[in-house]
Design a binder for this molecule. Structure first.
Ligand code: ATP
Length: 220
């Protein structure tokens, strides 16, 4: 039988990861299973253009991502945005990656619904699907419905029930059990001196404590 090998699928999970937590890891595992990804690449932002005044420097956020994912087969850390000067735009990352992997593999940008709802504010958002698919899952109260007009238009043109056999161009939704954690809430807990061991990997908490990250800043 002359069976074609399945098209390789590379998932991309971008974020500030400030710090990386169990919600990010659950998202990566759920996406890998639901979308049959061969690999999930974690891509920490260098200079976050939408989140200002976040806690830790890029080098520390990158270290923590490495600590959290490096031992998981199929999970990879991609540091390109921390090395690139200027704001970290996802479209630039997709263009670079596409040039590296060639035209065949599917690139799948994995997003929580909070990010998807924001998509039309992203730099050159209308070009993203030329380079990748987008796969989104519900996060907390951020519904996967009732989007703004530009996103509704994108969904009308590109929404699919499942990833097609193509390198890019579709928007799909997938399910994951909710994991109620956010980096901002975690930072607040850490600043209060709490040790939320159930919300982040032990190695990441040890790193945070060793480097005295997310300590409360005394009021001026
Ligand atoms: P913040 O609290 O500062 O908004 P965050 O927890 O959302 O931070 P990011 O690094 O901005 O962390 O998130 C990266 C990606 O992970 C985004 O697509 C986001 O939707 C997704 N994500 C983060 N936390 C969760 C979670 N608990 N469940 C599902 N997806 C999540």
């Amino acid at each position: 039988m002359n069976q074609q090998p399945r098209r390789r699928r590379i998932g991309l999970l971008g974020g500030t990861f400030d710090p990386i937590h169990v919600g990010h890891l659950a998202l990566a595992h759920a996406a890998r299973t639901a979308l049959q990804l061969d690999e999930v690449r974690f891509v920490p932002t260098g200079q976050s253009w939408q989140k200002v005044g976040s806690g830790a420097p890029a080098a520390a956020r990158l270290d923590m991502v490495r600590l959290a994912v490096e031992k998981t087969p199929g999970f990879v850390v991609d540091d390109r945005e921390t090395r690139r000067p200027g704001p970290s735009y996802t479209v630039d990352t997709l263009v670079e990656l596409r040039a590296e992997v060639g035209p065949e593999p599917a690139l799948v940008l994995v997003l929580g619904s909070d990010q998807l709802r924001n998509l039309a504010t992203w730099h050159r958002y209308d070009e993203l699907l030329r380079h990748a698919h987008i796969a989104a899952t519900r996060r907390g109260s951020h519904r996967l419905a009732g989007f703004d007009a530009p996103l509704e238009a994108l969904l009308a043109a590109h929404g699919r029930d499942a990833l097609p056999d193509a390198p890019c161009g579709a928007i799909v939704f997938f399910r994951m059990p909710p994991v109620a954690v956010s980096a901002s809430a975690l930072r607040a807990q850490l600043a209060r001196g709490e040790r939320p061991l159930e919300l982040l990997p032990a190695g990441v908490l040890a790193y945070i404590e060793r480097h005295r990250l997310y300590r409360a800043v005394p009021h001026a």
